[in-house]
Design a protein around this ligand. Structure first.
Ligand code: MSP
Length: 531
C-alpha cells in the first residue's frame, strides 16, 4: 500500500480565513480524498500559525490577550474547514505545548551541533512578511506585498547557519530529489540560488514576547518561521531529534507541501536547511499554485472586493463552492475570479450539467421500470431495469455498451494521471466530458420513446446511463463528496462501502459494478439554478 502525506501551510491567525486559504485547503482536500479513493494510506495536515510580533499586535488591537485572540481565530479556521467538509486528519496549532516543546528540542539540537550561533543581524525587515528582505526583493524600495518600506533592523540574535547547506539543497533541487513544481517555480528558485548568496538567517527575536523561548537563552524567542516549519513534523507526533522511531516515520518525508508563491522561497531555503541540520529527509515535493485576483484586481479590504468562504457557501452551497474554486483556474497558475464567472459556471456545469443529468436519468430509470409492470412503488422503490434479456440483442446499443466500457476505462486512466500530477482542473475536465457524453447519449437514444414503445433495449440503454453515473459519482467524490454520496444513494448504493478498507479500488472502477437488482431512489434537486 502506498502512503501519501500532504500539507497546507499553517495559516496566520492575524486574518480570518479568506478565499486564498480556502483555495489551498480545498485543493489539498481533493488530493487527500483522491489518494484515499485509490487506496493510499493518507495523512492530511493543516492548522494555524499562532506566534510572532504581528499576532501580538493584532491581539493588542482587538483588546485581547494573545492566547485568547489566537484561540478565537484558530476556532474560526476550524469551523470553516468543517463546514467545507475538509477531511484533514489533524489540525495543528503552534501554541500546543507538545509542538512548542518539540521546537525547543529541535533548536537546542541545532545549537549544540553548532548550526545556531550568537550573532547580530542587520537587515531590512518587513513586519508584514515577518521576513528580512534583500534590496532585490523590493520594488521602488517597498515590499511588493505590503507596499511599505521595510525597516532597517539591527539586533542581537541567534543565527542559523543556512549557508552551510546551500550546495546540498541546490543539488537536490536540480536532481528533482526535492521537487519544486510547476517547472517555472523550480527555475525561479534555482536562479535565486545561483544569483544570490544564501546568507545565514536570524533564528530568534529579542523583543518579541509572543513566541517560544529558546531553551538556552530565554531572553530570546524563536523566529516565527523556524517555529512554523516544524509543524509539518510535530503534526505527525514528532517530539524532537531524540524521537527516532515514532509513528511519524510512517509518513515522513511529506509527499507534497502545497502552498502559493508568496512562501515558496522560505520553503525552498530555510526549511530544507533545517531538515538537513536535523538529519531528516526533505519533502518530496513543493507544489506551488497561483494567486487569485478578483475581476483582475488584487483582493483587498480597501477595494471592498474580498470574497469570503462564507459568502461562497451561502450562494453555491458547500459542494458548489468546492467545485467553483477547483475549476476556476489551471492549477499552478494565477487565476481571476468574480461573482459573474462563478454564477455562469455554477449554472452551466452544476445546475444544467451534473444536476440535470442525475435528475433526468433517475426519472427515466423509474419510468423504464414501468415496462415490466412489476415495480410496486415507482417513486421510492423502483428497480433499475433488468438489462440481461436485451443485452446482446441490438447492434446499436451493444456497440454503445462496448464503447462505454472502453471509454470509462480511458477516463479513469486520464483522471488518475491528472490527479497524480496535481492537474486538478484537468481531472474536472475528464468528468465534465463524461457528463456531456451521457447527456448526448440520452438525447440520441431517446429512452422516453423507447419506454413508450416498450422497446426491448430500454434496459440496456438505461443500464449504460446509470452505471456511467456511478463512475461519474466516484470521480466526483474527491471534489464534491456530498453530491457524490447523494448520487450513490439515488442509485441504491452506499459510498461508505466503496471507501471501506476491504474494498479494492480496481474493482470499484470496473465497468458493470452496478447490480441490476439495485433499488433506485429519487433525491432532491442537487443544484438549484441561480438567476
Ligand atoms: N503562516 C505562514 C505559513 C507557514 S507554513 C510553515 C503564512 N500564512 S498565511 O496565512 O499568510 O497563508 C499563506 C498561504 O495562503 C499561501 O501560501 C496560499 O496557500 C494561501 N493564500 C493566501 N492568499 C492567497 C491568494 N490570494 N490566492 C491563492 N492563495 C493564497 O504564510
Amino acid at each position: 500500500m502506498n502512503k501519501f502525506y500532504i500539507t497546507t501551510p499553517i495559516y496566520y491567525v492575524n486574518a480570518n480565513p479568506h478565499i486564498g486559504h480556502t483555495y489551498t485547503t480545498v485543493a489539498a482536500d481533493v488530493l487527500a480524498r483522491f489518494h484515499r479513493l485509490i487506496g493510499d494510506k493518507t495523512f492530511f495536515l493543516t492548522g494555524t500559525d499562532e506566534h510572532g510580533a504581528k499576532i501580538e499586535e493584532w491581539a493588542r488591537d482587538a483588546g485581547l490577550k494573545p492566547q485568547e485572540f489566537v484561540d478565537r481565530v484558530s476556532a474560526k479556521f476550524q469551523f470553516i474547514w468543517n463546514e467545507l467538509n475538509i477531511s484533514n486528519d489533524r489540525f495543528i496549532r503552534t501554541t500546543e505545548s507538545e509542538h512548542m516543546r518539540a521546537v525547543q528540542n529541535a533548536l537546542e539540537f541545532m545549537y549544540k551541533k553548532g548550526d545556531i550561533y550568537k550573532g547580530e543581524y542587520e537587515g531590512l525587515y518587513c513586519r508584514g512578511c515577518e521576513q528580512f528582505k534583500t534590496e532585490r526583493d523590493l520594488i521602488d524600495g517597498l515590499c511588493p506585498d505590503h507596499k511599505v518600506a521595510p525597516e532597517l533592523m539591527k539586533e542581537e540574535c541567534y543565527m542559523f547557519k543556512m549557508s552551510k547547506y546551500r550546495d546540498e539543497i541546490l543539488k537536490k533541487i536540480e536532481k528533482d530529489e526535492f521537487k519544486i513544481l510547476p517547472a517555472e517555480r523550480k527555475n525561479e528558485i534555482s536562479s535565486f540560488y545561483k544569483n544570490e548568496k544564501l546568507e545565514d538567517v536570524s533564528f530568534s527575536r529579542k523583543n518579541v514576547k509572543w513566541g517560544i523561548p529558546l531553551p538556552w537563552d530565554e531572553t530570546h524567542t524563536t523566529y516565527v518561521w523556524a517555529d512554523a516549519f516544524l509543524n509539518y513534523l510535530t503534526g505527525l507526533g514528532w517530539t524532537g531529534p531524540e524521537d527516532k522511531n515514532g509513528s511519524w516515520r510512517e509518513y515522513w518525508p511529506a509527499d507534497v507541501h502545497l502552498m502559493s508563491k508568496d512562501i515558496l522561497r522560505v520553503h525552498a531555503t530555510i526549511w530544507p536547511a533545517m531538515l538537513l541540520s536535523l538529519g531528516l529527509g526533505l519533502p518530496r515535493e513543493l507544489f506551488i499554485h497561483g494567486f487569485f485576483l478578483v475581476d483582475g484586481q488584487k483582493m483587498s479590504k480597501s477595494l471592498g472586493n474580498v470574497i469570503s468562504p462564507e459568502d461562497l457557501m451561502n450562494r453555491y452551497g458547500v459542494d458548489g463552492t468546492r467545485y467553483l474554486l477547483m475549476s476556476a483556474t489551471p492549477f499552478g497558475h494565477d487565476g481571476d475570479i468574480g461573482w459573474n464567472k462563478f454564477d455562469e459556471k455554477y449554472n452551466a456545469d452544476l445546475a444544467n450539467g451534473i444536476g440535470n443529468l442525475v435528475a433526468r436519468s433517475i426519472t427515466l430509470a423509474e419510468k423504464a421500470s414501468l415496462i415490466k409492470g412489476d415495480r410496486g412503488d415507482l417513486t421510492q422503490n423502483s428497480k433499475i431495469p433488468e438489462a440481461e434479456q436485451a443485452r446482446y440483442g441490438a447492434g446499436k446499443t451493444q456497440n454503445h455498451n462496448l464503447k462505454f466500457k472502453t471509454e470509462i476505462e480511458q477516463s479513469w486512466k486520464t483522471y488518475q494521471e491528472n490527479l497524480l500530477e496535481l492537474k486538478i482542473d484537468s481531472a474536472i475536465d475528464v468528468i465534465n466530458k463524461r457528463i456531456k457524453f451521457l447527456d448526448g447519449y440520452i438525447t440520441e437514444m431517446k429512452p422516453w420513446e423507447m419506454i413508450k414503445n416498450s422497446n426491448e433495449n430500454t434496459g440496456e440503454v438505461m443500464y449504460n446511463v446509470l452505471e456511467s453515473l456511478r463512475h461519474v459519482a466516484l470521480m466526483l467524490w474527491p471534489f464534491m463528496p456530498e453530491t457524490a454520496e447523494k448520487i450513490y444513494e439515488s442509485l441504491g448504493l452506499d459510498m461508505g462501502k466503496e471507501m471501506a478498507e476491504d474494498k479494492k479500488f480496481e474493482d470499484a472502477i470496473e465497468w458493470g459494478g452496478l447490480s441490476f437488482e439495485t433499488k433506485i431512489k429519487k433525491g432532491g434537486v442537487l443544484f438549484p439554478r441561480i438567476f
